[in-house]
Design a protein around this ligand. Structure first.
Ligand code: IVH
Length: 676
């Protein structure tokens, strides 16, 4: 048994270690040497080993991470994590200012302007001042439990510096400093490991590690900016964002020192301009400025739209531009045979990642911009957006540059290339072109189409290259023996893929129509066509007049459907699919008389679902007898939440309405269908 004296010593060591940890990692002002720190740590470790009853989850010895986890556990956020709406210029910011003043009925408005750290959001929970749980953002409704990983970040307090009674939820951004990112990549390069594209990806890759020891070995840091909730009998929630930041600071969190109170939007704009100029001088990357109405009462009152709070906005920095050289121009072939020229560039860093290619769209684009092979060009990339060539710097031309001409033969199958008059795009005319075939099959299997899990681009490429499939219908005659001999397949993956393919035969008609890849027929139009024609044969026999009589169908779509239905190769494909047993009629959506498995139930949907559009989900529900409603009330049976849900989610939590995530919803639908 530990004596009082040992107990006191342990307490003292922990307090001392926490203090020096804070001075070193948060304040950047250490008072003792690393050796002295290590000495204190060793003493604490040996006492905890000798007296296990003194062990505590928030002890400074607990940062290094225990055994690797088998998988991340899902955490449902107590408050959903919304996104921010974006502003790109002064006009957007002034409009935001006018809007919230109008909504609030106020003439003046003060704001807090904060740097928008380019990292990963984390949501932390403290109970009575002790860190108990850390989660990733995930889809905003549920994230992953990364408690062990969070503990390895030295600047995050395991125990707050003041007594904070009750439950506290805070949010912040975990990031990696530019220097640490470069260091990490250098080490990875030496070790022959793949490189991270930017500090943000490196931070994400480091934080989402099942083995927290790996996280511990990476230098991660975090700024906190949001006090989401403080509840408990003695909680004293702050009145303003500025005060909330001050609280976070006092409790021991690292709060960004550049945040500022601005008396009006003009001061905010000035702040945005200043950081647009000086952001590169910071040791970490930022991608904008977050502007928040200072009054938290007002933030609460103004509430949120479906996706974002009304009283906050993110000012996004203008796209960064850099110059590089066009090494060559390659041409790729898409699903519809479209030839797309692609600039292969000397790799350059821009907006946080290395860019080595940029799409040039089509011949006209190249002509308009007067791009030649060998040119020095200005390229631009904003956030995750695909890089584009802004302009050529003609002054840098040496005379060695070569003009680009579209090939007259397809670079993949050598068939002729034809550009229809009036069209910008040149297309390969070879109907058996493997590039087109691959793209068509990839589309067929994709999530919004036949949704064949496990049949991604790599597998499709392999199947086409090995000559195992020659069209989409061949998927349905694949045998175990065809797959198992391929290098990517084992027993389990083979069976799984075959099962997924077989299951796709039961997909609703709308998916099949979309999956065929008829030009101009997107998922939404496919659904409308399925609802109207109710069978594939009726659709393909429809006249132009009948097609254009649908409000969503214009001349181009009608023309494209008729053209598709007439084409001999397509007819062969359709017959093969029919023989394979695919559902060509709308049995799923057919309404029958009598009660259905979900009769009398009310469902509300919020956020975006991955496997269906909103209207598809509603259609499914109706088909099973349920009533989709638009707002949550006590009589709602279920709220289905997708990514980035709106305020309905909070309301459902308040009213105790049962909440389903997408998987649970799918399981429920599946069961109801079986009963149907
Ligand atoms: S406030 C409703 N403040 O930016 C979301 N966010 O585009 C309120 N971010 O995922 C967020 N720095 O993780 C806020 N000072 C800051 C931020 C910040 C970075 C991130 C945040 C969110 C994203 C929103």
């Amino acid at each position: 048994m530990a004596t009082d004296q040992v107990r006191k010593r342990v307490e003292w060591l922990r307090a001392e270690l926490n203090k020096h940890n804070y001075l070193y990692y948060v304040q950047d002002a250490p008072e003792i040497s690393d050796a002295e720190y290590d000495e204190l740590m060793r003493e604490l470790q040996s006492l905890e080993e000798a007296y296990p009853e003194l062990m505590s989850v928030d002890s400074p010895t607990q940062r290094v991470g225990g055994r690797p986890a088998a998988e991340f556990v899902t955490v449902i956020h107590a408050r959903p994590l919304l996104s921010l709406s974006n502003g790109y210029n002064e006009k957007d910011l002034r409009e935001f200012d006018r809007r919230i003043k109008r909504l609030a009925g106020m003439e003046d408005m003060d704001y807090v302007a904060e740097l928008k750290i380019d990292g990963l959001t984390v949501a932390l929970t403290y109970e009575d001042g002790v860190f108990v749980q850390g989660a990733t953002r995930g889809d905003g409704v549920q994230g992953e439990d990364i408690t062990a990983n969070i503990k390895t970040i030295r600047s995050i307090p395991l125990r707050l510096q003041r007594v904070v009674p009750g439950r506290l939820l805070v949010r912040g951004e975990v990031y990696m400093k530019k220097e640490d990112f470069e260091d990490l990549n250098r080490r990875r390069e030496t070790a022959g490991e793949s490189l991270f594209a930017n500090p943000r990806n490196a931070a994400a890759g480091s934080l989402r590690q099942l083995d927290a020891k790996i996280t511990a070995s990476r230098r991660l840091d975090a700024f906190f900016y949001d006090l989401v909730l403080w509840e408990g009998a003695e909680a004293i929630p702050p009145a303003s964002q500025w005060q909330a930041l001050e609280n976070l600071r006092l409790w021991g969190f690292k709060v960004n020192p550049h945040s500022r109170v601005c008396q009006d939007i003009e001061e905010v704009i000035e702040f945005c301009h200043q950081w647009t100029e000086t952001r590169d001088e910071l040791p970490y990357e930022i991608d904008g400025i977050v502007i928040k109405a200072n009054s938290l009462r007002l933030q609460e009152e103004l509430g949120a739209t479906a996706k974002a709070p009304r009283a906050k906005i993110a000012y996004k920095f203008p796209a960064q531009e850099v110059t590089t050289t066009v090494r060559t121009i390659e041409v790729s072939v898409g699903r519809t045979g479209a030839l797309t020229p692609l600039a292969i560039l000397d790799p350059v860093r821009v907006a946080g990642s290395t860019v080595s290619r940029a799409t040039l769209h089509n011949e006209d684009y190249i002509r308009e911009k007067e791009i030649m092979i060998g040119d020095t060009v200005v390229i631009r990339k904003a956030g995750d957006v695909i890089p584009e060539v802004v302009r050529v710097i003609k002054e840098r031309r040496t005379g060695q540059e070569q003009p680009f001409t579209m090939p007259i033969h397809c670079p993949v199958c050598r068939a002729s290339v034809y550009r229809e008059p009036g069209e910008a795009v040149a297309r390969c005319q070879g109907s058996a072109c493997p590039a087109q075939l691959k793209e068509r099959i990839i589309h067929f299997a994709s999530r919004d189409a036949m949704n064949i899990e496990g049949l991604g681009p790599a597998i499709v490429n392999l199947l086409v290259e090995e000559g195992i499939i020659k069209d989409q219908a061949d998927l349905y005659s694949l045998q175990y023996e065809d797959l198992i001999r391929l290098k990517r397949f084992g027993d389990k993956s083979t069976k799984k893929l075959l099962q997924a393919i077989a299951a796709s035969k039961g997909n609703p008609l709308s998916r099949l129509i979309f999956a065929l890849g008829i030009r101009h027929v997107g998922a939404e139009i496919a659904r409308k066509l399925a609802l109207h024609f109710r069978s594939l044969d009726t659709l393909f026999h429809a006249s132009r007049e009948e097609l254009v009589s649908l409000p969503e169908v214009g001349e181009a779509i009608a023309e494209s459907i008729i053209h598709y239905a007439r084409e001999e190769q397509n007819r062969v494909l359709i017959e093969k699919l029919r023989r394979a047993g695919l559902d060509f009629t709308m049995t799923h959506q057919e309404t029958e008389q009598g009660t259905k498995p979900l009769t009398g139930m009310t469902f509300v949907l919020t956020g975006s679902l991955k496997s269906f559009t909103r209207s598809e989900a509603e259609e499914l529900l109706r088909e099973l007898g349920a009533r989709p409603a638009s707002s949550v009330s006590k009589s709602t049976n279920y709220l289905v939440v997708g990514a980035d849900p709106g305020s309905k989610y909070e309301k459902a939590l308040k009213l105790g309405v049962q909440v389903l995530n997408e998987e649970q919803f799918q399981a429920l639908i599946k069961k109801a269908r079986e009963e149907n």
